[in-house]
Design a protein around this ligand. Structure first.
Ligand SMILES: [Fe+2]
Ligand SMILES: [Fe+2]
Length: 363
């Protein structure tokens, strides 16, 4: 193939070097902070240690519509990511950074941190009750991962701490799901009945972040946490007791986030009180059916707890008293958490099926 002279000269010539434009190196001169050093504290270089100076200030309102990280320089050509929250109170919780760091430090493995060898053959009724409880909890943990998962794309990078916390929670819930599944399959039993009705669907149908957090973190996970705290009486061996203990430790973080989020909303946007009561009305009605003997779903849960806590079907009455004590503990702890969040008036408005479990208010 013949190459004309012009093209040949061009090919032989030195390639043209584009003029360097290093203006990005000076971006920080435009009023952007420089020269601050984050130093590790007692717990290492945690988020609290790096969030100093202007980048550490979480804005009450954000103008950011892109994936720009808080503290970086905006660009006019950045594409929009629609649908994320632009108000701090929409997603904020004061303890998110701390809880995220704690979650990272306290991960555990269901494969190696549970003394599975301590599980020995159990009487059939007790094994079945444990398998039914584990089957129920597997569903609960599935929802507990999906509900915050749905919120992730709505978290503006301006409020990235909440996104990190939710991601850590999703990992926790994956482990909870797997540990209860493992227990169901570890001792000759297996998975039993799925939950009747759509008790848990109310959580996954939450559209707003605060709605999701009030229903899931404060109500549902609060109930689960109160049950896990009774794990010493529900577990039949060291493996099961350890499962409840470790899951309970994780749930404390999820709950802690939710209570402090709700408190932030109540402190900064008190006009949302009725809206939040509306969410609580909805979830108390739907979820309390799941723990009441007046429904199929509740029967499965309360009766399996009664068999486990009483020591078999032959001691059902004793077990039922203990299962009801768990219910009282759950409702009172729930009321206490709402009081901390600034919703003490819930006491008068609680769903009728739950109200009888409330102790009189302490003066
Ligand atoms: Fe969980
Ligand atoms: Fe949880």
């Amino acid at each position: 193939m013949a190459i004309d002279v012009d093209t040949l000269q061009k090919l032989q010539a030195e390639p043209e070097v584009a003029k360097l434009d290093l203006s990005w190196l000076n971006l920080t001169e435009n009023g952007h902070p420089w020269g601050m050093r984050a130093k590790p504290g007692k717990r290492g270089l945690t988020l609290d240690e790096i969030e100093i100076g202007p980048v550490g200030e979480v804005p009450e309102q954000s103008t950011n519509r892109s994936i720009r990280a808080r503290g970086s320089v905006p660009r006019n050509d950045a594409p929009r990511v629609p649908g994320s929250y632009i108000g701090r109170a929409d997603v904020y919780s004061q303890n998110a950074r701390l809880l995220y760091e704690e979650a990272v430090q306290r991960q555990w493995s269901s494969a190696t941190d549970i003394p599975w060898e301590t599980i020995e053959p159990l009487p059939d009724d007790i094994e079945r009750a444990m398998c039914q409880l584990c089957t129920f909890l597997t569903e609960v943990e599935f929802i507990a991962g999906d509900a915050p998962g749905q919120m992730l794309p709505k978290i503006n990078p301006e409020y990235y701490e909440t996104k990190l916390f939710l991601l850590s929670q999703i990992m926790d819930e994956a482990r909870h799901l797997d540990v209860f599944r493992k227990r169901a399959l570890a001792n000759g039993g297996g998975l039993m009945s799925a939950t009747p009705g759509d008790v848990l669907r109310v959580i996954i149908e939450a559209k707003d972040f605060t709605e999701m957090s009030a229903m899931m973190h404060v109500f549902a996970e609060g109930f689960v946490q109160s049950m896990f705290r009774m794990g010493e009486y529900i577990g039949q061996n060291e493996a099961e007791k350890r499962i409840f203990r470790l899951c309970g430790q994780d749930e404390s973080r999820h709950l802690g986030f939710g209570v402090m989020h709700l408190k932030h909303v109540m402190d900064t946007e008190p006009w949302r009180r009725e809206e939040i009561h509306h969410y609580l009305d909805k979830c108390e009605e739907a979820l309390s059916l799941g723990s009441s003997v007046d429904s199929d779903a509740g029967n499965y849960l309360v009766e399996s707890l009664a068999i486990l806590m009483g020591g078999g079907v032959d001691h059902f009455d004793v077990g039922m008293d203990r299962a009801m004590a768990v219910q009282r503990k759950r409702v009172n702890e729930y009321m206490h958490r709402l009081t901390v969040a600034g919703l003490g008036d819930r006491r008068e408005r609680m769903y009728p099926l739950l109200r009888p479990f409330l102790d009189p208010p302490k003066n």
